[in-house]
Design a protein around this ligand. Sequence first.
Ligand code: PNS
Length: 158
Amino acid sequence: MVVAVYPGSFDPVTLGHYDIIRRSAKIFDHVIVGVLNNTAKTPLFSLEERVKMLEDAVMDIDNVSVESFEGLLVDFVKQKKTNVVIRGLRALTDFDLEMQMAQSNRIVAPEVDTVFLSTSIEYSYLSSSTVKEYAKYGVDLKGFVPECVISKLIDKLS
Ligand code: PNS
């Protein structure tokens, strides 16, 4: 049974994230979406809200679960008794940072490998930050975030 961890901030989850989760769930036996509790950042949504939105979004995918984590990603991955991390790659601009993270993670935990999935083309320029910016100015968010996230964003920013 191959378990993979898909980590992120998910502030909030976008359809780009959802696409990576759905495709990963077809490749791996089980996917754990790891929501980072980053105490150094002030996210728009609380940890509990981010976890709940993800749980609602992935409700239809049997082999996906959502958990939060604190501290180092590699420690969370080891705690889950696996060695696979999934990350989505959008445009070339993601590459540097993602490569740096994957390499750093392998230095501190050589058994942990990162598998990159290329983001589907329609989501290649989508990010949580863009979504939050659009939400502020009343742009229709259909096509950017899962249905269940739209009302949460409107409530939060109104
Ligand atoms: O959605 P994001 O913000 O791009 O996700 C980044 C994330 C959560 C994968 C990354 O910041 C992370 O793994 N943080 C945990 C702390 C850690 O392990 N840092 C070392 C990696 S260089």
